[in-house]
Design a protein around this ligand. Sequence first.
Ligand code: BDP
Length: 692
Amino acid sequence: DDGYRLWLKYDLIKDMPKREAYARSAQFIAVTGTSPMLKSAADELQMGLQGLLGKSVPIIANATSRTGGIVLSVANGPAAGSQILMADGYRLTSRRAGNLTISGKTNAGVLYGVFALLRQVQTGQSIDNLAVTSNPKIQYRLLNHWDNTNGTIERGYAGESLWKWYELPETVDPRYRDYARANASLGINGTVVNNVNASARFLTDEYIQKVAALANVFRAYGIRIYLSVYFPAPKTLGSLTPNGLKTADPLDPAVRKWWAEKTKDIYKAIPDFGGFLVKANSEGEPGPQDYGRTHADGANMLAEALKPYDGIVLWRAFVYKSDPKSDRFKAAYEEFTPLDGTFDKKVIIQVKNGPIDFQPREPYSPLFGNMPKTPLAMEFQITQEYLGFATHWVYEAPLFKECLDTDTHVKDKGTGSTVANVIDGSLHQYAMTAIAGVANTGSDRNWTGNPMAQANWYAYGRLAWDHTLTSEGIAREWVNMTLTSEPKAVKTITDLMLRSRNIYVSYNTPLGLSRPWAGVHFAPEPWQEKSPRPDWTAIYYHRADSIGLGFDRTATGSNALAQYRPEVQKIWQNPDTCPLPYLLWFHHVPWTKKLATGRTLWDELCTHFYTGADSVGWMQQQWAQVKPAIDPQIFADVTGRLATQHNEAIWWRDSWVLYLQTYSKQPIPAPFQKPDRTLEDVKRLSEIYKLR
Ligand code: BDP
């Protein structure tokens, strides 16, 4: 198994009675209507059933007087309980002696219903008494690809870009369709195809045609295409045309006209174009502030260009200024909350889950709950930029859930104001809702490099549809569909997955440490102190000194905590009661301080680094046990990656303890052995890692 088929394996069900039971309800597929999306739905169902049941199921035009089949219908369908069917939602209803109906209000709903039914069969559940209605909780469920025109992927660890720009639009790789199928199976309905650090080339006629060719494939799977735009594009492209524009000032009428015309061209080629994603005045990317304008001026200009169409603007809040005195943590809140209420109604502000940058564990961004008049989208990172690239096994659902389930305490009683309730629109009654995941896919045959990272794409998609699903439920489902249905192995792997993120955090950034990296977001460099910006050093974040460790963000420090509601401040503001996973995010804690565990900070840190690294050894042992239940190619691949992860976890452990020891001046506590190398040794390793 080369992993190409992802969770859509459709292998023959081995249990014969079970297979026959399914087959009795799947004697034909009836579909009325000829839309491309309904065709995708019927074809997928036929292909899936062929594989799972080992027999070909005919597709017929309608089921009049026939029973024992599956009927796809765009209609409200027979009621299932009191739940109303919404756009994109689906309903599965089986009635004895009748037909099994998959209905949706829209074609997309039917398609999602087909995948839900297949999942039901793939995970071995009965389809005899189905009465399921499922509606997505979030309207725009997107993947963001950070892909460049030259085929590279920013922070991509699974090969090159999936999009073969040089071949498009004439050559259309069949893989695009499989990409679309995988996304549709999760309910993902939009994809931003290019890097947020965008090239103006994507707005040329040449590239619009290439992108349109992708859109033509994705359309039949309910996926709309979006583009990241380079804000000064009117000027950049203008400089290449006679009498071209010399500015990109969003308030300049000629610039507004340029965008309106460009947008018109895009819609001519891609009638269902989704809209624009913008990184502006962020990390050196230009933006409206270059002209003395605000984020709202920039976003509203693009919204105006999109007015004749139903596209939207996703404007990112990932910003921070270079003022060395300010705390980067506070930047997005400071720039965006004053603009609440000034954005056009086509604008959504896309916010990373945490205030810094996709760290292994971060408190939620204080923007959530504090922009009642502006729809906020969640941006998660699926690609493992800070999670060990493609060698470390980290199942991310617990990270996503931890953020989504946190209470912002915007409402008095603290009910119904979780981060999830912010982004699903229920808290502030947002008119639009969105979620984005920075994709971990690439041209590797198995899509994600590490086969286990497929689960992160899967989990993101499932949570984008329904954030109330559990990490465990999603893991079990994915394992059953992708790896094995042998109960003991399913349990072992699910358990491994659920622990994997905390294990990574333990050897990498325990107790609220963050960003111990420099240029390469992989090799340990907690000692890194030189960079063009203070907030691109490691010491900026951990602030180790002879007294202790951690960033004081209380009133005696940067006071970033004040950006949260008082109830949230209360949880984090006292170093004696602050939950340990967040301790060093908010406090500078003395090395000798006794923590709730009874250990001093230094001993607690060492315990995390050592048990974290040891736990990777435990992961290896657990994985070895499931060998008989796993395809040999995948088993060997993951075995190799775990061995690498183990070595690197020890590298992390040694780097941290040897470095921090120069400040704590304390011995490694028993029963842990002191590293058998020196600080200079590990520093050298990191330097070598950075050589080109
Ligand atoms: C950081 C990445 C950088 C991205 C940036 C962003 O290191 O490559 O361009 O985020 O999200 O995490 O814009």
